[in-house]
Design a protein around this ligand. Structure first.
Ligand SMILES: Cc1cc2nc3c(=O)[nH]c(=O)nc-3n(C[C@H](O)[C@H](O)[C@H](O)COP(=O)(O)OP(=O)(O)OC[C@H]3O[C@@H](n4cnc5c(N)ncnc54)[C@H](O)[C@@H]3O)c2cc1C
Length: 330
């Protein structure tokens, strides 16, 4: 197997964690692979240098004035040219909103489908056909997919599914430039504001510590109790869906199948029952601590540490302990 292209995404010059996860996923395709990382835009120099410091293979700057701002037409036309020029066998994307917008149409141009939201890759040493695993029906089922091999295989990977393994390169990777042929008349759409406005975006996917609150909090006026723990731990505040549906916290803080997928080192779930739609969003967490007054709550089945009790007592006690620990360190 050869010729893997990983298409990375920059947002206001920043490269989110899910992009490094996509590079890790590419490395699962087997040892005999050559990996190139592509970054698209009008000016990609800074982002390319950052990628070259971490990506194992070649970095390709796909540049054209018409690639900023993003449009599906511009990205599809440019990547179509690049994939043909590179003879890529596999094209890997992070499963972002932008990728959902253009990647299925790009795959269709090659007579392929996008195997989307992949959570595991099993490389088959004896054949050229790796197995891609996706979750179905809100995580109740998993499906295994194999690409038959006629044309490039398009895959997007779920946030948090592939631990970042790209250490800094001792020597930065080679950076090449690919200038795509684009004409303004080919861009049929004018982009609006991105779905998550960059100014207030909450990137829960990159958070190292998350304190998450569920319906057990009882009332909106109690949310500060959990916010204080998050602040004491230097954590992001997140929530289950009912909290966001009720407008107690903004939608961008929702974790789960219809919210964000997270992969922190520590996930504290306070007053969250552990419905499957919530669990699919937190399963990549390294350590889950659950606080729930019901010892039979399903969250305890996935928790590394469980605290059975009233969060109104436990959360302030944890905040106090975290503050005291910080005082001792300073
Ligand atoms: C299509 C679809 C998509 C969905 N997407 C999502 C999603 O993205 N994210 C998501 O979270 N949900 C999602 N849901 C909803 C999901 O099914 C659950 O309803 C939801 O996760 C429950 O949230 P919760 O755990 O906060 O509330 P509950 O299930 O009501 O649990 C509250 C928990 O708090 C405990 N509790 C109560 N009081 C206290 C106390 N004082 N101290 C300690 N514990 C206490 C209770 O024992 C209980 O376990 C989705 C549902 C559907 C159908």
């Amino acid at each position: 197997m050869s010729g893997i292209l990983v298409v990375l995404e920059q947002r206001a010059g920043k490269i989110a964690r899910i992009n490094w996860e996509a590079l890790s996923a590419a490395q699962r395709l087997g040892p005999s692979t050559s990996i190139s990382a592509a970054i698209l835009g009008a000016q990609t120099e800074t982002a390319a240098a950052e990628i070259a410091a971490r990506a194992p293979g070649k970095v390709i700057r796909v540049e054209h004035p018409l690639l900023t701002p993003y449009t599906a037409d511009g990205f599809i036309l440019s990547l179509h040219q690049l994939i043909q020029s590179e003879s890529s066998t596999h094209v890997i994307f992070p499963h972002t909103y932008q990728v959902r917008d253009f990647a299925p149409a790009l795959a269709a141009r090659f007579g392929q489908v996008l195997i989307s939201d992949v959570v595991a890759i099993t490389a088959k040493a004896e054949s050229d056909y790796p197995i891609f695993t996706r979750q179905l029906m809100q995580g109740r089922l998993t499906g295994n997919y194999r690409h038959a091999g006629n044309g490039p295989c398009f895959v997007s990977v779920q946030a948090g599914a592939f631990p970042v393994e790209t250490a800094a390169n001792s020597t930065p990777s080679e950076i090449a430039t690919f200038t795509s042929t684009l004409d303004a008349a080919q861009i049929r759409t004018r982009p609006g504001e991105p779905f998550r406005a960059a100014a207030q975006a909450v990137d829960l996917a990159s958070a190292q510590i998350i304190v998450s609150v569920g319906r057990g909090i009882g009332a909106q006026e109690n949310i500060p109790i959990v916010q204080q723990l998050a602040t004491a731990l230097g954590a992001e505040l997140a929530a289950s869906r009912p909290i966001c549906d009720a407008g107690w916290l903004p939608l961008e803080r929702q974790v789960g199948s219809s919210g964000q997928t997270v992969a922190p080192k520590l996930y504290i779930a306070a007053g969250i029952s552990g419905a499957i739609q919530h669990l699919v969003g937190i399963k990549a967490s390294q350590c889950i601590v659950a606080i729930n007054k019901d010892p039979a709550a399903p969250i305890f089945e996935v928790a590394d540490y469980g605290i059975v009790g009233d969060l109104m007592e436990i959360v302030p006690a944890l905040t106090e302990a975290a503050e005291a620990a910080k005082q001792r360190q300073s």
